[in-house]
Write a protein that binds this ligand. Structure first.
Ligand SMILES: [Zn+2]
Length: 424
């Protein structure tokens, strides 16, 4: 066993060394080291972006900020309709004819998820269909979009409904410690969904097939092995059926690890850009960003449950006569708990975006070191500049951006290039 490990280590080391030597040569021979100025290179790349693209990116980003607020408002209105509008009481009259608590709870939860979907549908339609077409980002006709939307609803019901039944079954036993159990189970549930989603759920929406370009496949697999990612295939999925945007990922645990890129990346990017993008994605995987984020968001969820417990008990003491939503361990508290949690995460948006942005910065740096393609990642940032404001202010970036802005990502690549041209 030790011998096998030693052999694998030697193969990985030599592959990594060969990749680094090859890439270093490509960086150092391309430019005169003393004349390369990273600030000027960044400025010239940014300045070359047409004004019309910058206006489009700014408009789309501002719209996203407003949609963040409108989605929160819709969640509040939905909660109001359930609690003050009497929708919850009407549903209770139907579902509590069933005397078995888990079954009546399941029915109440399904009603809640479906009603929430219907109430949010107009905004969902505008945000994800009308607006995406207005900006030229969508390739989907209405029928296909709506079928995908219904499929998402079905996935939500299948995953979330049994989870909430379990949560309320435990709430009934846990009494005053319900919030601790709720927090622990929620973190576990999120982890499970994140792990199974790319392997079992995304194939419901798209077809995954191996990349046919053997030269590109070989380069990607070499980089993967050199970075300790044990896979033997690279997949492409047909997301151009839905969107013109660019996506890729390296996900999974144990035997389910998979490298995948959408066909927009494969068909519209150079091989070097593909390497640069996948280097970033491999960074997320190798640096265990999934686990980092689950732990960080887990902490937010635990604190959130403590705050929600306090707020829910205060509100139920005041309004329960009208809402008929409590006590909190009954399933009828679900609309109230969802409103309170939505408010909690709405208020903590700058924190959650900053947590994600931090791992994106790390993945950018990892990708540069793994793929050694600073020009390719910079040109990729320019190519995809039309759906993200290129140079937001400090507060705007902290509040609304879950990735560093384009200007910073290009500047990082150019700094990396300047230092690597010097050699060390
Ligand atoms: Zn990323």
């Amino acid at each position: 066993m030790k011998l096998i490990l030693l052999c694998i280590f030697c193969i990985l080391s030599s592959a990594l060394l060969a990749a680094q030597q090859r890439s270093t040569q490509s960086v150092t021979t391309a430019h005169n080291t003393s004349k390369f100025n990273p600030q000027q290179a960044t400025d010239s790349l940014i300045n070359a972006i047409p004004a019309s693209i910058r206006v489009k990116a700014d408009d789309y980003t501002y719209g996203n900020h407003w949609l963040w607020f409108w989605n929160f408002l819709i969640a509040l209105v939905t909660g109001w309709i359930f609690l003050f509008g009497g929708l919850s009481v009407r549903i209770q009259k139907i579902v509590f004819k069933i005397k078995k608590p888990n079954r009546s709870n399941l029915l109440y939860i399904i009603f809640f998820i479906v009603c929430t979907f219907i109430l949010a549908l107009p905004l969902d339609f505008y945000q994800n269909f009308v607006r995406e077409h207005q900006y030229g980002f969508s390739n989907q006709n209405f029928g296909d979009w709506f079928i995908d939307d219904l499929l998402s609803l079905l996935v939500e019901v299948v995953l979330a409904a049994p989870f909430f039944v379990l949560i309320y079954a435990i709430f009934r036993c846990a009494k005053q410690y319900w919030w601790l159990w709720g927090a622990g189970l929620s973190v576990f549930f999120i982890f499970v969904v994140i792990v199974i989603y790319p392997v079992f759920i995304t194939p419901l929406f798209n077809n995954y097939v191996p990349v046919k370009d053997s030269a590109l496949r070989s380069r990607v697999l070499t980089m993967a092995r050199a970075n300790g990612i044990d896979v033997d295939e690279v997949y492409v999925y047909n997301e151009s059926a839905q969107t013109k945007q660019y996506n890729a990922n390296v996900t999974g645990i144990a035997g389910t690890t998979r490298i995948a890129l959408n066909d927009n990346v494969l068909n519209n990017c150079t091989a070097d850009q593909v390497m640069a993008v996948l280097g970033h994605e491999m960074g997320h995987y190798v640096l265990h960003h999934l686990y980092t984020l689950v732990l960080e968001f887990g902490l937010l969820i635990f604190i959130g449950f403590a705050v929600v417990k306090w707020a829910a008990e205060k509100l139920l003491a005041k309004y329960n006569g009208r809402w008929q939503a409590g006590p909190v361990h009954q399933v009828t508290s679900l609309p109230l708990l969802v409103v309170l949690f939505t408010t909690w995460f709405f208020l903590f948006t700058p924190v959650s975006n900053s947590l994600i942005r931090n791992v994106e910065i790390e993945a950018d740096m990892y990708g540069l070191n793994a793929a050694r393609q600073p020009d390719a990642i910079a040109s990729y940032m320019v190519k995809t500049a039309d759906y993200n404001k290129i140079d937001p202010g400090y507060l705007e970036e902290m509040f609304f951006f879950d990735h560093p802005c384009r200007k910073k990502r290009i500047a990082t690549a150019m700094k990396w290039k300047a230092e690597n041209l010097k050699g060390y």
